[in-house]
Design a protein around this ligand. Structure first.
Ligand code: CA
Length: 597
């Protein structure tokens, strides 16, 4: 047994409470190394140790390097000590302790989870469980009010945008199309920024308290959120707090008064006075983006100002949370205060960070609820594009599932694209693959995101081309088969809310046929006890140019939940025939009967 490959600590994501009386433990070991792992646990104050309980750990999958073992142990008193007894397939054994592996059962350096404190419990909002989010770039969704259209850089609806284009889309337009969004099955809408700003994307805020006149008025915004709520949906706004725009009052004051400005310390680094956009003598977002001076979010005055902004829009317009722009370039202390302020204003508000890479430091439960799951997107695109085989894809999915504590994974936002990426149709070079990606996204754990227009297979290279106008005017540009598939898949999230957090088991990852098959089960992997014979949903993706036959390991006959949609195959009993690039979502009759139509 490779002792050096054993990884465990009494910290997130290896140890964390799932409720007040259960602690989740995860152990990593070298692939193929362990015959068994057993957790021996008891109350920290109970003596002697001989009375401690033992519970076997379960092998849950591997990522090609490590295999993952997990167990959820009970604790009446909430005060826990434990060790993990590991047995290698080579007959060796060890006791894993907080001082590393030892050869004898330890008395003094057991792992300690000192207390499962109620105040430390991290929970996603309840409403998130069935939610599918829809991201809208307001200037390009629908123009509901031509009177407020911007005059400069006018883009004719339907023409290709450039970086400066302004198409005239607005809040009135979104309001007018809410039935369309609702009909799609969406339960959460997320808008890129809408506060007053010079650009079409509005990531360069001029006034955090005013809706941009090209989008509408503050009153129209409140009415929009009220309409969203009336239709049973939630609403997120984009918080751009890493930087402001250069037209923001505080930055203008600094330009005017120099070091004498009381806002001088609100900006991260001012290298020389007078501060000047022409000179770019101040810290900015990215590389010398002079229109976006970087904010010093550690300054108490600025912090108060921005937290007031965050809670103002919750109080005033009743929004349901924030998506945080450039979230990993803002200091942690600011986000902790932000969390307290936002959750204080609305207990079930949701906080979603924009982080494209390892977000562990922000996902300990004290800052964000989740981030946009770009690592999942990257892995999915790599497999769909043939850059990695299905075995490696499955291993990446396993690693991603174990990156964070389970409650965080319930919020991780599965996205195929956004306003910052090439659209999925263009990225994958065709609608069949785009449909496969939609199935992977909408059957994934966490919360799926649909970027406006992907549901009708809109094309688009990266920014600005991924921000085209929604082609309401042209039915020929709306892929109705793709739309039907999206609706069908989104509807499944309501019937099977456990797609959000239920267990995942891969049953086929065949490098010869390039077929992935996995089963989603109702009971979460962190449940203290899991039923033996649980019925679930089977998802199969044929990422090859050939027809395949797959024996699905189900005990009863299966029904095709996507029957009649594009690229589906036929299932007979438990044998699935799939065409090239085919998709299948199957369920036993008892579960399938819950799905209408
Ligand atoms: Ca307009």
């Amino acid at each position: 047994m490779q002792l050096s490959a054993l990884v465990h600590s009494s910290r997130i994501p290896f140890a964390y409470p799932v409720d007040e009386h259960h602690l989740r433990l995860v152990l990593k070991a070298a692939v193929g190394d362990l015959a068994a792992a057993t957790c021996v646990h008891g109350d920290r104050y109970a003596w002697p140790h001989d009375t401690d309980d033992a519970k076997a750990m379960e092998r849950l999958g591997d990522d090609g390097v490590h295999e993952y073992w997990g167990v959820t142990i009970p604790s009446v008193t909430r005060r826990i000590r434990y060790t993990i007894y590991v047995e290698g397939i080579d007959g060796t054994y060890a006791w894993l302790t907080e001082q590393g592996p030892v050869s004898r059962r330890p008395k003094n350096f057991t792992f300690q989870y000192a207390y499962i404190h109620r105040a430390d419990m991290f929970k996603q909002p309840e409403w998130l469980r069935t939610a599918v989010f829809y991201q809208i770039f307001p200037d390009r969704f629908f123009n509901g009010d031509p009177k407020n259209d911007p005059r400069r850089n006018k883009l004719k609806w339907g023409e290709k945008p450039n970086r400066e284009s302004q198409a005239g889309g607005d809040l009135a337009g979104i309001r007018e199309k809410l039935d369309y969004v609702k009909d799609l099955g969406i339960e959460g809408i997320y808008l890129t920024p809408i506060f007053k700003a010079p650009t079409n994307h509005k990531y360069d805020t001029t006034d955090y308290y005013k809706i941009d006149p090209a989008f509408g008025t503050n009153e129209e915004f409140k009415a929009l959120v009220a309409d969203v709520h009336a239709k049973g949906m939630r609403f997120l706004l984009d918080a751009v707090f890493n930087h402001s725009g250069k037209e923001w009052f505080a930055f203008k004051d600094v330009i005017k008064k120099g070091p004498a400005s009381k806002y001088a310390d609100w900006f991260y680094n001012l290298y020389a006075f007078p501060v000047s956009p022409e000179e770019c003598n101040y810290e900015t977002f990215a590389n010398r983006v002079v229109s976006m001076p970087k904010l010093n979010t550690a300054n108490p005055g600025l912090q108060k100002y921005l937290l007031d902004v965050a809670t103002y829009w919750i109080r005033e317009a009743d929004i349901d949370g924030w998506r945080l722009d450039v979230a990993n370039e803002v200091n942690h202390g600011f986000w902790r205060a932000f969390r307290d302020a936002v959750k204080g204003a609305k207990q079930d508000a949701w906080i979603l960070g924009e982080i494209w890479h390892d977000a562990t430091d922000w996902l300990q439960g004290d800052q964000y609820d989740a981030v946009m799951n770009y690592p999942w997107r990257d892995a999915t695109l790599m497999w769909m594009k043939g850059e990695i085989d299905v075995v490696e894809y499955d291993r990446l999915l396993t690693r991603i599932r174990f990156t964070h504590m389970h409650e965080i994974m319930k919020g991780q936002l599965s996205l195929l694209g956004s306003h910052d990426t090439t659209r999925i149709l263009t990225e994958l070079g065709g609608r069949q693959k785009a449909a496969q990606a939609a199935v992977l996204c909408l059957t994934n754990h966490g919360v799926p995101l649909v970027y406006y227009g992907d549901e009708i297979a809109m094309p688009g290279e990266n920014d600005p081309d991924c921000r085209r106008c929604y082609p309401w005017h042209d039915e020929a540009q709306q892929d109705k088969e793709m739309l039907s598939l999206y609706k069908r898949l989104i509807a499944l999230r309501k019937v099977f809310p456990w797609l959000n957090d239920g267990a995942w088991e891969t049953f086929i990852a065949d490098p010869v046929t390039n077929v992935l098959g996995f089963r989603r089960l109702p009971t979460p992997v962190v449940a203290p006890e899991r039923p033996m014979d649980e019925e679930g949903v089977y998802v199969v993706i044929n990422n090859s140019g050939r027809n395949v036959t797959v024996d699905v390991p189900a005990d009863t006959d299966l029904v095709d939940l996507l029957a009649g949609e594009m690229q589906t195959g036929t299932v007979t009993g438990t044998v699935l025939e799939l065409p090239a690039r085919g998709i299948a979502v199957l369920a036993p009759k008892a579960l399938a009967s819950l799905v209408e139509g």
